[in-house]
Design a protein around this ligand. Structure first.
Ligand SMILES: CC(C)(COP(=O)(O)OP(=O)(O)OC[C@H]1O[C@@H](n2cnc3c(N)ncnc32)[C@H](O)[C@@H]1OP(=O)(O)O)[C@@H](O)C(=O)NCCC(=O)NCCS
Length: 163
């Protein structure tokens, strides 16, 4: 009989040493998982083969970024800006469906409350929209006008009210 052991997900703050692991999670999340909902051209624009890890680290450090690990390895990451945008939610394809996104969004919501924010906003991909709904976010509108490196990647503007 197949038995899938529960995995232990740890969420902590991001540090520069996480730049490579978070890029890997981003790349695999898009190339393996989001590729079911977007074309090869869209995927290639969204997750190019190469990255400048210095710039990547600067962008992750500019927001409140949280990293999820499983047995010490980066499984995913998410973030929130001071004005309430959850910009990134990416889970490595090897760790999908294990509650990593739920753990990350829990940390983001706690941070948003600590910042005194009334709501969280996100631009959810087709892939992530159903998961965001499970976390209580609501679709405000479909956004057909999202462009990355010359490719159109339609997504959804979503919002979570915080009491
Ligand atoms: C979307 C994504 C972050 C989900 O990560 P995950 O760790 O696999 O998600 P979780 O295991 O925490 O599951 C979250 C919840 O959403 C549900 N869910 C996930 N995908 C779903 C789908 N396609 N349809 C319905 N429900 C779904 C899960 O059942 C779970 O619900 P539950 O906790 O109430 O049981 C991940 O698939 C990913 O990185 N996708 C590609 C990148 C991407 O599009 N990122 C978002 C950019 S805006």
């Amino acid at each position: 009989m197949f038995y899938r052991a529960p995995v232990s997900v740890v969420v902590r703050g991001y540090g520069p040493e996480d730049a490579e692991g978070t890029w890997e999670a981003y790349f695999r999340a898009i190339r393996d998982t989001a590729s079911k909902d977007y074309s090869p051209e869209q995927v290639a624009a969204w997750a190019p083969e190469t990255v400048d890890l210095v710039q990547w680290n600067e962008r992750r450090s500019a927001a409140h970024t949280f990293v999820a690990t499983i047995e010490g390895r980066v499984a995913g990451f998410s973030d929130v800006t001071d004005d309430g945008l959850l910009d990134m939610l990416f889970v490595h394809s090897d760790a999908g469906g294990s509650g990593v996104a739920r753990a990350l969004v829990g940390a983001v919501v706690a941070k948003a409350r600590e910042l005194g924010l009334a709501q969280l906003r996100t631009h959810a991909s087709r892939t992530a929209m159903p998961a965001f709904k499970r976390f209580g976010f609501e679709v405000e509108r479909a956004n057909p006008d999202n462009w990355i490196r010359g490719e159109n990647l339609p997504n959804y503007d979503m919002c979570l009210k915080l009491d």
